[in-house]
Design a protein around this ligand. Structure first.
Ligand code: G16
Ligand code: MG
Length: 217
């Protein structure tokens, strides 16, 4: 059967969270706000605007709209300087192999990311051609856990939501997949992602037999 396999980007295909962390920390510190790895964790899958709102909230700061826009643009420039140094070596383990296998099996493949920089990142790691559809932060108006990003992905693939499988590393993303009526596969910590239908540490733990089972069902 032809199923729709929808991949989140950050935390599933590449680890760009470490670059978001560096850029957000500089921004927070410039405002006299502390920024830890734990806080960065809470920004995973969260949009750029919402992320800055949260940081300001944590630091009890309020700034003008003008300053907000300026800081966000600056953060993105700093983040993109890291992105532009990326290459295929930054792909997370067995991601390329998994995509290739699904392609061989004639499965439909989409990207479902909150990032407005998703296409640029896919180019850097040379994966653009592996996707039948790319849905990113420029295509959606509602952030995960709203299922919009995955529902648009399913539509673009012309596959029913219940025949779609989502790979996600964030809690909000797993919830979005569940709300969309898709099979949710958490990539990461089983305690954090306990709402997912299946959870794996990474793609090295995910066997071909398991993928076959998803295709057959
Ligand atoms: C990613 C990250 C988030 C980031 C968001 C927006 O989402 O997980 O931390 O804030 O995209 O990214 P940008 O600032 O590049 O537009 P995903 O959905 O790929 O995990
Ligand atoms: Mg993610």
């Amino acid at each position: 059967k032809r199923k729709g396999f929808i991949f989140d980007l950050d935390g599933v295909i590449v680890d760009t969270a470490k670059y978001h962390f560096l850029a957000w920390r500089n921004l927070a510190n410039s405002l006299g706000i502390d920024f830890t790895e734990e806080e960065n964790e809470q920004l995973k899958g969260v949009s750029r605007v919402r992320s800055l709102e949260k940081i300001l909230d944590w630091g009890n700061k309020s700034i003008s709209q003008e300053e907000f826009d300026r800081l966000m643009a600056h953060k993105n420039e700093e983040y993109l300087a890291h992105v532009d140094r990326m290459d295929e070596d930054e792909l997370l383990p067995k991601v390329a192999e998994t995509l290739e296998y699904l392609k061989e099996q004639n499965q439909a493949i989409a990207l479902g990311s909150a990032s407005k920089n998703a296409r640029r990142i896919l180019e850097k790691v040379d994966l653009t051609d592996q996707f039948d559809a790319i849905v990113d932060g420029t295509d959606v108006s509602k952030a995960k856990p709203d299922p919009e990003v995955f529902l648009i992905g399913a539509k673009a693939l012309d596959i029913k939501p219940e025949d779609c499988i989502v790979f996600e590393d964030s809690v909000a993303g797993v919830q979005a997949a569940n709300i969309a009526g898709m099979v949710s596969i958490g990539i990461g910590d089983k305690y954090v992602l306990h709402e997912a239908d299946h959870i794996f540490r990474d793609f090295t733990e995910l066997s071909k037999d398991f993928l076959q089972e998803l295709i057959r069902k």
